[in-house]
Design a protein around this ligand. Structure first.
Ligand code: NAD
Length: 253
């Protein structure tokens, strides 16, 4: 079997109802994994087709990753339905807020941290505990960070968001070190500008963001899917604690 194959594996993607999370769910399914998604909104209509397009199993759970109760309840339901199987976890649920640093409030900042940092961290923790309990030989956690953890993204007014993504990227090697003894790998993906609802909300702040990328365009969600599938698969078996930046070269010039 190809080292890129995820056949027979079970994946969880948070924030999988649309945007990058939906693309990750589709990519993992295309490589053969069964995929469960957690989200606070109903999934995009195309989610329904994934199971039949790729002959795998999908499920959606309404879960707010920033609530311990909702996350733990949703995870227990997911595990009951999937016979306690989990090999891949992609905590992707995230939000952004655009305010000048001097105007950020505790409430706005708290919302960002609750979802982007705590939600991601405890999703990964639940997944890791279950991977250890079920003894998977293919445990892989792919944290969704951002190009915004590498650079001060132009005109975005998102200092708090950058901080949350920096937290994701710096917790990655620390968690990787602790989980290495269980054979579980932990890496992150840092997308650049991706065309999603999140970026639509601030596109007016960056009138010429295509020009920031070497290839002159912003990414579609499918453009960042491959890095996630690669990190989830045995093709990346020697990688852990690393970050892959998929940004059309924005951070490199
Ligand atoms: P999006 O807004 O299209 O999708 C985010 C998804 O997360 C939505 O389905 C939303 O309902 C879900 N979500 C939000 N709060 C949640 C919660 N409390 N519990 C469960 N689900 C919740 O955004 P996107 O652009 O697809 O972003 C996905 C991830 O990629 C985020 O972590 C984001 O920070 C990251 N990212 C996006 C870009 C980009 O340019 N779009 C760049 C770098 C990183």
């Amino acid at each position: 079997m190809s080292k890129f194959s995820l056949q027979g594996r079970t994946a969880l993607v948070t924030g999988g109802a649309r945007g990058c999370g939906l693309a990750f769910a589709r990519g993992l399914a295309e490589a053969g994994a069964n995929v469960a998604i957690f989200d606070v909104i109903d999934p995009d209509a195309t989610f329904e087709n994934i199971a039949k397009d790729f002959g795998i199993r999908t499920a959606f759970y309404k879960v707010d990753v920033s609530s311990q109760e909702s996350l733990e309840h949703g995870f227990a339901e997911f595990q009951k339905d999937f016979d306690n199987a989990i090999d891949i976890c992609v905590p992707c649920a995230g939000i952004n807020r655009h305010l000048p640093f001097l105007e950020f409030t505790y409430k706005e900042h708290h919302d960002l941290v609750s979802i982007n940092v705590l939600g991601l961290y405890f999703t990964a923790q639940l997944a890791a505990k279950q991977m250890i309990a079920n003894g998977t030989k293919h445990g892989s956690i792919v944290l969704v960070a951002s190009m915004a953890s590498h650079i001060a993204v132009r005109s975005q007014l998102c200092s708090a968001y950058c901080g949350t993504k920096g937290a994701v990227r710096s917790m990655c090697p620390a968690i990787a070190k602790e989980l290495a003894e269980y054979g579980i790998r932990v890496n992150s993906v840092s997308p650049g500008y991706v065309r999603t609802e999140m970026t639509a909300a601030f596109s007016h702040l960056i009138p010429s963001w295509e020009a920031d990328a070497m290839n002159g365009r912003i990414a579609e969600p499918e453009d960042i899917m491959g890095a996630c599938v690669f990190l989830a698969s045995d093709a990346s078996a020697y990688m852990t604690g690393q970050d892959i930046v998929v940004d059309g070269g924005v951070t490199r010039w």
